[in-house]
Design a protein around this ligand. Structure first.
Ligand code: ATP
Ligand code: MG
Length: 256
C-alpha cells in the first residue's frame, strides 16, 4: 500500500482508493468495481465526504428494519468486501443477519476469494456459492442462495445495480441500499436509501445496532413507521445543492 501522509487534505479518500486497489490485487474487487468507486467518489465530494443528518436518519431506520426482520441478509460485493470487511461481519453478527456474497461480475474464483476474505475477518457462515435459486434476472446476476437472499424479508444492498434492486423490491422484500448517488435507480427503488459512503455507513449502522439492540419491538416499529424515504432523498438532493452553492461562494465564484 502506498504511504499517504495523515495530514494530506484528501487522506480518507486516498486511503479508500488504496484499499480498493488492494482488493483488486487480491482478486476481490473487479475492474468495473474500480470505476464504480470513482462514480461514488464524485458524489461523496458533493456531500463533503461526511455523514449528513438525513444519511444518519436512514442508517438508524435501516437498523430498526434489520432488528425487526425475521430473515435479514446483508449482500456483499467486491467493493464492500475490500473496504469494510470487519465492520460488515460485525454488523451481521449484532443484527443476526446472514452474509451472502452476490456479484454483478460473478466468477467462482472471485466468490471463493471474497468468502475467504470475510472469514479471515471473523465471519462464520457466508452464503452465495450454492446459488440454488434464481432471481428473475438474466445471466449470473440472478444467482442467489435459497436460504439467503431468495427467502430474505429484509436485504441490505451496498452499491447495488438498479435492475437487481428493482427485482428484489418486486419480490416483496424490504430493500436497504447504500448508494452515494441519490438519483440512481437503486436509490429511487429502495425502501431505505442511505446516501453515504459505505465506509461510514456500515460503522455507523454497527453503532446504531449496538445501541438499539435492547430496544423493544414497539420502539423499533415506531422508528420504521415514521420513516419517509422520499423525504430522505429530497433532503439529500437539497444538501448537495446547498453545498455546491456554498463551495462556489467560498471559492470566489460570483453568481450572475
Ligand atoms: P443504478 O444501476 O442504480 O442506476 P448506476 O448504474 O449509476 O446505478 P452502478 O455502477 O450500478 O451505478 O452502482 C454503483 C453505485 O454505487 C453508484 O451509484 C455509485 O455512486 C455508488 N458507490 C460507489 N462507491 C461507493 C461507496 N464507496 N459508497 C457508497 N456508494 C458508492
Ligand atoms: Mg447500474
Amino acid at each position: 500500500m502506498t504511504e499517504i501522509p495523515k495530514e494530506h487534505p484528501r487522506y480518507e479518500s486516498l486511503m479508500m482508493r488504496e484499499k480498493i486497489v488492494e482488493g483488486f490485487n487480491l482478486g476481490i474487487t473487479s475492474q468495473q468495481g474500480l470505476i464504480a468507486q470513482g462514480r461514488g467518489e464524485s458524489f461523496d465530494y458533493l456531500i463533503s465526504e461526511h455523514t449528513t443528518e438525513c444519511a444518519a436518519c436512514a442508517e438508524r431506520a435501516a437498523v430498526a428494519f434489520l432488528l425487526l426482520a425475521e430473515r435479514p441478509v446483508i449482500s456483499v460485493n467486491g467493493n464492500t468486501a475490500a473496504l469494510v470487511p470487519e465492520k460488515i461481519v460485525a454488523l451481521a453478527d449484532v443484527t443476526g443477519a446472514k452474509l451472502e456474497v452476490n456479484l454483478f461480475h460473478r466468477s467462482e474464483v472471485r466468490m471463493h476469494k471474497i468468502i475467504l476474505h470475510l472469514k479471515a475477518h471473523g465471519a462464520g457462515e457466508v452464503l452465495g456459492k450454492n446459488a440454488d435459486a434464481r432471481l428473475p434476472l438474466e445471466h449470473d446476476r440472478g444467482k442467489v442462495d435459497k436460504e439467503g437472499i431468495y427467502n430474505a424479508d429484509v436485504v441490505v444492498v451496498p452499491l447495488e445495480d438498479g435492475d437487481r434492486c428493482e427485482t428484489l423490491v418486486k419480490m416483496g422484500k424490504v430493500v436497504i441500499a447504500i448508494d452515494l448517488n441519490p438519483m440512481s435507480r437503486t436509490s429511487l427503488a429502495s425502501h431505505v436509501t442511505i446516501v453515504d459512503n459505505v465506509t461510514r455507513a456500515i460503522p455507523n449502522m454497527l453503532q446504531f445496532a449496538k445501541d438499539m439492540k435492547q430496544n423493544t419491538t414497539e420502539d423499533l416499529r415506531k422508528v420504521v413507521d415514521c420513516y419517509d424515504n422520499n423525504k430522505i432523498l429530497s433532503s439529500a438532493i437539497y444538501e448537495i445543492h446547498e453545498r455546491l452553492m456554498n463551495m462556489a461562494v467560498e471559492r470566489g465564484i460570483e453568481w450572475i
